[in-house]
Design a protein around this ligand. Structure first.
Ligand code: GDP
Ligand code: GDP
Length: 437
């Protein structure tokens, strides 16, 4: 089930990014510190009253050289396309402006819920200023203060009350859902078409029940069922903003949410770009299976070291994806395309692998014997017991005396030991320290 999406819209300087940061809270900094993932400040996850959601600050989407009004118009349209709930932010300091009215007019056209927030209402006396905003015709305004953190809770209460009710999972558990993600022009559509050409047993084109995605279901020779998730709005092309890089990132995020295994496509001809890292980072954080697909392999003059050299570049640029298999393919010549379903299947198995506690604890105890746990101020981290609590991604809880003493480096060491002992190909694994009660 894909998480609901909240989009923030509004003209510049009303406080969109301040509110975005409030809502996503510490998440951004935690992730940045730990995984070294390149982070985009326009898209993140949030949680309110146990409901998880994705949130987009459309103000951060760079539309290019368009005039100001055209930019906010396009941002509002992206919100309408992408969001389940739209939060329209204005500023109580300036009152309702012409630019606000412009945004409001675009938002009238959607049937999606729109919440009107009046920001910079920093103290109770200013609450009278919000009446002005009824003129925007979007219902009761919510007074908030991004910088003081006031009123955000009420706004989120309202936002989650508009979330779509949970849908049935669209496919059987046994069906492997995957998608191709990557920058425009790396060859995603070509790969989709080439694979469907190879795998002749296409079961059906299914209109996904969520939003307007179109998925393709097929069976491999050995009878494994796959669903290819439509990425990059391949069937919805043509709008001006679709060619912007940031927007293609948003589309990729949608596909990642719905996939079990994400195939990050790189262009052998062009090499690795900054945006490649960003999107792959999201797949890693979302705990999805990841495969790196180097496409257009036909374009390179190759010698004995070409593949090794490319692999080194990838391992360096995507340090956090050390577990991801790399496949070198060509959508044009179909080179090695037939191996993809097999690799996807292997990664999916790793995602679903469960390790018995007894075996796991042997591995952990051997690891501790080899490399003693860290100490701090005369106190030593004690590991009592480990157990796997989840799959997709495999998640391990380690019961210890002092959870904060399980630092990143030691946790990474344990992860590597677990990876050496079991086959977790292509999947992130998570390690959580808990205090033994
Ligand atoms: P954006 O362009 O809409 O993303 O706006 P920003 O979040 O960058 O904020 C624009 C300016 O408004 C910054 O100087 C913020 O510090 C300020 N600001 C944001 N929220 C509040 C608020 O609740 N009260 C006041 N007084 N200033 C705020
Ligand atoms: P998308 O934007 O990622 O979906 O990329 P497309 O599938 O539209 O491909 C972009 C361009 O790269 C097109 O001109 C394709 O013909 C070309 N292309 C795609 N795959 C290959 C490949 O394996 N080799 C070569 N030489 N060209 C390719």
């Amino acid at each position: 089930m894909a998480k609901p999406v909240i989009a923030i819209v509004g003209r510049p300087n009303v406080g969109k990014s301040t509110i975005f940061n409030r809502i996503v809270g510490e998440r951004i900094s935690i992730v940045e510190d730990v995984s070294g993932v390149t982070r985009d400040r326009i898209y993140s996850q949030g949680e309110w009253l146990g409901k998880e959601f994705n949130i987009i600050d459309t103000g951060g989407i760079d539309i290019g050289d368009e005039p100001f009004l055209e930019q906010i118009k396009q941002q509002a349209e992206i919100a309408i396309d992408e969001a389940d709930v739209i939060i329209f932010i204005t500023s109580g300091r300036e009152g309702a402006t012409d630019a606000d009215e412009n945004v409001a007019k675009i938002l009238y056209r959607t049937h999606k819920p729109v919440l009107l927030a009046v920001n910079k209402v920093d103290n109770p006396e200013m609450r009278n200023d919000i009446f002005d905003f009824y003129s925007l015709g979007l219902g009761d305004p919510y007074p908030i203060s991004g910088s003081h953190g006031l009123g955000i809770g009420d706004l989120l209460d309202a936002a989650i009350s508009h979330f779509p009710t949970e849908e049935e999972e669209e496919y059987d558990e046994s069906v492997i859902k995957f998608s191709f993600i990557g920058r425009p022009n790396v060859g995603k559509s070509s790969l989709v078409n080439a694979i469907l050409g190879e795998e002749r047993v296409i079961v059906s084109d299914v209109a996904g029940t969520t939003r307007d995605a179109i998925d393709t279901k097929f069976e491999s020779a050995d009878g494994t069922e796959f669903v290819m998730i439509d990425t990059a709005g391949m069937r919805k092309r043509g709008k001006v903003y679709e060619s912007t890089e940031k927007y293609s990132v948003l589309r990729a995020l949608r596909a990642i949410e719905r996939s079990d295994v994400v195939l990050c496509v790189l262009d052998a001809e062009e090499g690795i770009r900054e945006q490649d890292k960003k999107v792959a980072g999201f797949a890693h954080e979302a705990g999805k299976g990841v495969i790196i697909v180097v496409n257009k392999w036909d374009t390179l003059e190759k010698d004995n070291s070409t593949m090794k050299k490319f692999e080194e570049d990838i391992r360096e640029s995507f340090a956090y994806l050390s577990y991801a298999p790399i496949v070198y393919v060509s959508a044009k010549t179909k080179q090695r395309l037939h191996t993809l379903p097999e690799v996807i299947e292997r990664v999916s198995m790793s995602q679903n692998l469960r390790i018995q506690s007894a075996v796991l604890n042997d591995v952990i105890m051997d690891a501790v014997a080899m490399n003693p746990t860290p100490t701090d101020k005369g106190k030593r981290l004690k590991i009592y017991y480990a157990t796997q609590v989840a799959v997709k991604p495999p998640t391990f809880v380690i019961f210890v005396n002092e959870p904060e003493m399980l630092h990143f480096s030691y946790s990474r060491f344990l992860e590597n030991r677990i990876r050496d002992a079991f086959t977790f190909e292509g999947t992130p694994i998570r390690i959580i320290a808990r205090q033994r009660k």
